[in-house]
Design a protein around this ligand. Structure first.
Ligand code: SAM
Length: 224
């Protein structure tokens, strides 16, 4: 069986009891970064062996994990933070396991996108999650195609691209959208910025925001 185990996005208290038990019980943990996950395992006194499985793992690594699963080993998949597969490695392993008739189970838990959405106060009944925007090619076309989207839009963003993204949002017709920037969620310096894109672009113009962040956008229809 393959268990897809969500882990904290900053605050270790968000580790679920089931995640701890599963990581203790499995035969093998497929980790995005074994050193990173090693620290989590140490904290929870988990001694299960790890195998690395990341974005650049080739076919041979995938075959090795699938062979272990066929050998009736129970494998847990974890990423550095949050839910594996969500802008993180995992999809190829999960798909292959399903194709090969291996049982797949989720161990749900933290994910930055849902934590940001529910804190945003923006409509959360319908939303589109787009992960990271393309860094160069395709960025303009994608953003222009989204400016009339009526559902709430969720994006992951790295701090060093925030200014560029705010500038692009202003350029491509989002200036009157409501924007929430959810920064360092669950961590000591958790900060939530709320305003129109035009307001936040101005307020944050000369600031270098550090840390991890999620952008939540909604077209400014006051009636919704
Ligand atoms: N799989 C993860 C999940 O379920 O949320 C996402 C992994 S993705 C590689 C990392 C991105 O998630 C960061 O660049 C940031 O956009 C977002 N993120 C992760 N942790 C966060 C946090 N504590 N606060 C805000 N955003 C976070």
């Amino acid at each position: 069986m393959l268990s897809i185990v969500s882990t904290p996005i900053g605050n270790l208290e968000d580790m679920t009891l089931r995640a701890i038990r599963t990581l203790k019980e499995v035969d093998l943990i497929a980790s995005e970064d074994t050193r990173h996950t090693g620290r989590l395992l140490k904290h929870f006194e988990i001694t299960t062996p790890q195998i690395s499985f990341h974005a650049h793992s080739g076919q041979a690594k995938l075959d090795k994990i699938i062979a272990a699963l066929h050998d009736n080993q129970h494998v847990a998949l974890v990423s550095d933070a949050g839910t594996p597969g969500i802008s993180d490695p995992g999809y190829l392993l999960i798909r292959r396991a399903i194709e090969e008739g291996i049982k797949v189970e989720p161990i749900p838990g933290p994910s930055a996108l849902l934590a940001a959405l529910v804190t945003s106060g923006l409509p959360m009944d319908k939303f589109v999650y787009l992960g990271f925007l393309p860094t160069k090619k395709g960025r303009k076309t994608l953003l222009e195609g989204l400016k009339d989207e009526s559902r709430t839009i969720i994006l992951y963003e790295s701090p060093h691209r925030l200014q560029k993204t705010l500038k692009n949002l202003m350029e491509y017709g989002f200036q009157d959208h409501q924007l929430v920037i959810a920064r360092e969620l669950t961590k000591l310096h958790e900060t939530i910025y709320r305003g129109l894109v035009s307001e936040l672009a101005q307020t944050l113009e000369n600031q270098k925001l550090k840390g991890e962040m999620v952008l939540v956008l909604h077209k400014n229809t006051k009636s919704s």
